[in-house]
Design a protein around this ligand. Sequence first.
Ligand SMILES: [Mn+2]
Length: 264
Amino acid sequence: MKRTILVTNDDGIESDALGPLADALAALGDVHIICPDRNWSGASHSITLFRPLRCRPTTLRSGQAAFMTDGSPTDCVRLAVLGFLKQKPDLIVSGINRGANLGDDITYSGTVAAAMEGLLSNIPSIAISVGAFGANIDFRPAASFAALLARNIFERGFMSDALLNVNVPALPADRITGVVVTRLGKRNYRDQLVERLDPYGNPYYWVGGPAVSEEAEAGTDVAALRAGRISVTPIALDLTSHALIEDLASWDWAWSGPVTSSAR
Ligand SMILES: [Mn+2]
């Protein structure tokens, strides 16, 4: 049976990663590419509710046929799964993102959110990122790892309540020192609020800053990437803090209904 693989991303249809990724996955099934027509990095799990979506055919610079939408990464998955593709995907691969998605990053990441949407649709889903931002990134090591992971998923019938979040060091394949299954690490953002004036004298604001500093605790995705290894982190969508349930239950919950404003 020919598998159907959906490739999407949050960096947009212009991303240089799409060609190598589609090439690497082509041996495993029919690859369909549906990506946003612009960069949605940081869009997290946003969906379009109050306007229609357009989905137009295009051709990647690397030659593959693809579709681009004016929606978010999550919209791309919803389109594909809800019928834009004739076959429901057997696998969703989101990426390859330019820049790591480690630890707390995943709460901002459109790349990871697209895989979350796949998971919500009961489809095995991978988010994959490369730990570099610069130009001239070689995406082929990450692409070939995505294919290896896809082969594992197809052979083992992977179906669980988790997506797989993968980070690949921005190194030549022969300098990547292994693969580690990890948990999420911690990111310490150093963003600042910058206020400037526009040409008309009105203030505007830009939030940004230097690269994050990281505590590379053993066993985390952060530590793996720093050591030149590929991290594979299983991510579940249940955000419940199970540790707090019992403590919270002991708080004073003697609530007597809504507060009524005093009569005048
Ligand atoms: Mn991105």
